[in-house]
Design a protein around this ligand. Structure first.
Ligand code: 13P
Length: 249
C-alpha cells in the first residue's frame, strides 16, 4: 500500500505574515488529516521561516527548484547543499512553469533530479503534456520522453526514492481538472512504463496528480488506483482548502 502524499506548491506567492497564518491554520487542524503525509514548498526565501514553524511537526517541506550546479559563479541560483541546510525533504524538479517559461529541457531536469538524489533528498519529478499535445494524441509520447530522460541518466533504481507528479499543463491554474479517468489512464501508463524495467519499483513509486485539485474533487481523483495524492497550487494557499485535500488522501 503506497502512502498518500499531498504537497502544496506555493509558486511565487506568500509573505512573512501570510505564511505564518497559513501554516498556523494548517497546524491547527492537521489532526483532521488521517492518511496523507502533508508537505509545503514555499519560495526559497521563506524556507527558514517555514522550517521554524514546522520543526517538530509531522508536516514536511521542500523547495520548488534547485540548481544543477554544486556551487560557484551562478548568480541567482540555489544549490542542493543550501536546501539540505534548511531541512528540505522534497525538491520539485521540472515543473511545467520551469519547463515552459524558463526553457528547462528534459536533460536539465534530469540533471537536477540527479543532484537532489545525490544529497539524499527526494525529487518530485513533474511530467505532463500541453493541450495541443493531448489533442494531437501525443500525451503518452510526451510523458514517456520526460520520464525516459530520468531513466537514461539515472536508471530505474533512482525512481525508488522519488515521487512523480503528473500535471497536465492544460489543467494547471485553469480550473479545468483532468477527469479521474483521464488522470488514472496516464498514471497507469507511467507505472506500466516503469514496470517494464522493474515491477517492484513501479508498484512502490508514488505518483501524484496536479492541476486544479480542490477539496471538492480530490476524493474522486485520489480514489483511482494509481493516484497516490496530489501536487496542489492555488488550493494550497488556504489552510482549509489544503486540509480538505489532505483529508481526501
Ligand atoms: P493549480 O492547483 O493551481 O492548478 O496548480 C497545480 C500545480 O501546478 C502544482 O504544481
Amino acid at each position: 500500500m503506497r502512502q498518500s502524499l499531498v504537497v502544496g506548491n506555493w509558486k511565487m506567492n506568500g509573505s512573512l505574515e501570510a505564511n505564518r497564518s497559513l501554516i498556523e491554520g494548517i497546524k491547527q487542524n492537521i489532526v483532521s488529516v488521517k492518511n496523507a503525509e502533508m508537505a509545503v514548498c514555499p519560495p526559497f526565501i521563506y524556507l527558514q521561516q517555514i522550517k521554524d514553524l514546522l520543526d517538530n511537526t509531522n508536516i514536511s517541506w521542500g523547495s520548488q527548484d534547485v540548481s544543477q550546479q554544486d556551487l560557484g559563479a551562478f548568480t541567482g541560483e540555489i544549490s542542493i547543499s543550501m536546501l539540505v541546510d534548511f531541512g528540505c525533504k522534497y525538491v520539485i524538479v521540472g515543473h511545467s512553469e520551469r519547463r515552459s517559461i524558463y526553457g528547462e529541457s528534459d536533460k536539465l531536469v534530469a540533471e537536477k533530479f540527479a543532484k537532489v538524489q545525490s544529497a539524499g533528498l527526494i525529487p518530485i519529478l513533474c511530467v505532463g503534456e500541453l493541450l495541443e499535445e493531448r489533442e494531437a494524441g501525443n500525451t503518452e509520447a510526451v510523458v514517456k520522453r520526460q520520464l525516459d530522460a530520468i531513466l537514461n541518466l539515472q536508471g530505474v533504481a533512482s525512481l525508488e526514492k522519488s515521487v512523480i507528479a503528473y500535471e497536465p499543463v492544460w489543467a494547471i491554474g485553469t480550473g479545468k481538472t483532468a477527469s479521474p479517468q483521464q488522470a488514472q489512464d496516464v498514471h497507469a501508463f507511467i507505472r506500466k512504463q516503469i514496470a517494464t524495467l522493474d515491477s517492484n519499483i513501479a508498484n512502490k513509486v508514488q505518483i501524484l496528480y496536479g492541476g486544479s485539485v480542490k477539496g471538492s474533487n480530490a476524493k474522486e481523483l485520489f480514489a483511482m488506483s494509481d493516484i497516490d495524492g496530489g501536487l496542489i497550487g492555488g488550493a494550497s494557499l488556504k489552510a482549509d482548502d489544503f486540509l480538505a485535500i489532505g483529508q481526501a488522501g
